[in-house]
Write a protein that binds this ligand. Sequence first.
Ligand SMILES: [Zn+2]
Length: 320
Amino acid sequence: MTQHFLLSAASKTLKLKDIYKAGEEAAYDKFCELRWVETGGEPVCPRCGGLDAYKIRSRRKFECKACKHHFSVTSGTIFASRKLDYTDLLAAICILANAAKGVSSIQLSRDLGVNYRTAFVLAHKIREALALETDGMTLDDECEIDGAYFGGHIRPANNAFNRIDRRLKENQTGKRRVVIALREREGRTLTTVGKSEAEGVRFAMDHLDRSASLHADEASHWDTLDSFFPVKRINHSEAYSKDGVCTNQVESYFSRLRRMVGGQHHQVSGKYLHQYAAHAAWLDDHCRESNGTLANRIIRNAMTAPVSRQWKGYWQRAAA
Ligand SMILES: [Zn+2]
């Protein structure tokens, strides 16, 4: 029997204990190296692009010699005005890289010994940064499309006498959302959140190259795509896969997302569902990479992601 990748030594190149053993200085250097890859970790002024800076090492700040701008390694990035030590930040990234089904903010706050609010915002900033990896991307070759509904569950009443028909619109909460996933076989997975699966038609039109071909199930709204791409259809009431036609890869993505939502987050607000969807897609797309590579990816993505409009000062705004 072949060994599962996650059990192999190749999948484990980063350890929490090593992060803490190496200490704050080493963690800080890692952020510098991954922010300023082109200069081997030497600072580049975010305002004027100047390569010469005074290092205020004790405060981990820089002053640009050309324009006198003060900056740090996280200035202008999604980690700007971070409160955590670099070791804790790196540890959080390691924990997230290790969690194949994501990790809840409560668990992250316990592991790091930080308050829930800090962990919640940090995890969401990381998810936002990861999603940028596929921002504006189009897919070609063989792709699969499908949707899966989340949320809006109504618990049936205990007594059968009191139960309502949960299929009727008037008996629904209006909170149900659909995640639509477009996946290139052996390639990337793009996701969006809507109210109805039919919105996936527009999504496919916007994110598929004209050279792409598509596999989809029998749902009638996909018929529209026939005029633009070669679309192969699989009737799931007959078989899940027939003559190479299937949506199995996109289904396997949904299975990861369901385990993430059900097992880690338990309930997710429709407002944040797109971030969990993107996180699961990122995990699926990179599932054969070691945790060290994943952590480096997270840092690199975060160091190139701009300050978050949604998550910067989130709790201050929430309290106002
Ligand atoms: Zn400058």
